[in-house]
Write a protein that binds this ligand. Structure first.
Ligand SMILES: NC(=O)c1ccc[n+]([C@@H]2O[C@H](COP(=O)([O-])OP(=O)(O)OC[C@H]3O[C@@H](n4cnc5c(N)ncnc54)[C@H](OP(=O)(O)O)[C@@H]3O)[C@@H](O)[C@H]2O)c1
Length: 262
């Protein structure tokens, strides 16, 4: 059913952080990697690093919120290199720790990238993988899917949407030989969270996160969550009565507003 050892992998948000580390993790002789992002210069640097590991790397300078553009790129890539695994990883964070409401434009933009960008990545591949009766989709969510982060309404909502979208899709696509996994990770040291001054419990490197994701995908896990203790605490936190949860949050609110991480 699922591709446990994918030879053709597409990763969105491959120019930085987790996406970059995943690209390097999968790079090996005989593997073709499709790298999608907006920053062509940084994508080229990742492509060079992938080639140094023996992979064939193809870059695509595409905004994942551009449905038509991404569809066209994915179709063309898949025509040349039938895709075994697509990782919908591109995402942004909006965080307002000063108690401000996030700017509306930032919230709308985040939804376009974090939610519609995931659909734009998954949908073109679903039809093709169904036809072939094999393939694997990995959707990168967050432990924020389990519990609402106090400073990040749109981010929390976007990740909860990705989690439920992925699990629902998994049930349907299982009948067609296509695997779907949702990744719910805690803090991973990438540019996305570099500005966060608050404690980042159990944070890990992007390299380690990429390895955990790969292992989870090899096992076709429905939800790949790590670090396990932090993920379980987040799940529990999401079950707490709102008033109790906010009591704990009240003590963690400090600092000034930070805007969207583009
Ligand atoms: N870091 C964490 O602690 C953490 C925890 C849980 C979940 N996550 C999730 O992991 C994923 C990767 O985040 P990261 O931590 O690796 O962050 P990052 O280092 O900031 O990387 C984000 C990537 O997304 C790409 N991207 C952003 N907007 C895009 C757009 N509109 N179109 C195409 N690509 C776009 C960026 O590339 P360009 O700038 O080149 O477009 C970049 O490659 C995100 O979905 C994030 O929510 C991260």
């Amino acid at each position: 059913m699922e591709e446990r050892n994918p030879r053709t992998v597409v990763i969105t948000g491959a120019s930085s952080g987790i996406g970059r580390s995943l690209a390097l993790e999968y790079s090996a002789p005989g593997v073709v990697i499709g790298l999608v992002g907006r920053d062509g210069r940084r994508l080229d640097q990742v492509a060079t690093a992938c080639r140094a590991r023996g992979a064939d790397a193809v870059t695509g300078v595409v905004d994942v919120s551009d449905r038509a553009g991404l569809d066209a790129w994915l179709r063309e890539f898949d025509r040349r290199h039938p895709v075994d695994l697509v990782v919908a990883n591109a995402g942004v964070l909006v965080r307002m720790p000063g108690g401000e409401v996030e700017p509306a434009d930032d919230a709308y933009r985040l939804m376009q990238i974090n939610v519609l960008g995931v659909l734009n990545t998954a949908q073109p591949m679903i039809a093709r993988m169904k036809e072939r009766g094999r393939g694997q989709l990995a959707l990168i969510a967050s432990v924020a899917a389990f519990t609402p982060l106090p400073h990040s309404p749109s981010y929390s909502a976007s990740k909860a949407a990705v989690l439920n979208y992925g699990l629902s899709l998994r049930a349907v696509l299982a009948h067609h030989g296509v695997g779907v996994s949702v990744v719910c990770c805690g803090f991973v040291e990438t540019p996305m969270i570099a500005d966060i001054k608050d404690p980042k419990p159990f944070n890990m490197t992007a390299e380690k996160a990429a390895l955990r994701i790969r292992r989870g995908l090899e096992q076709d896990r429905a939800v790949i969550m790590f670090p396990l203790f932090f993920a379980l605490m987040s799940r529990l936190d999401g079950l707490l009565p709102d008033r109790v949860r906010r009591f704990f949050y009240a003590h963690s609110q400090r600092g000034k507003a930070s805007a969207i991480n583009r």
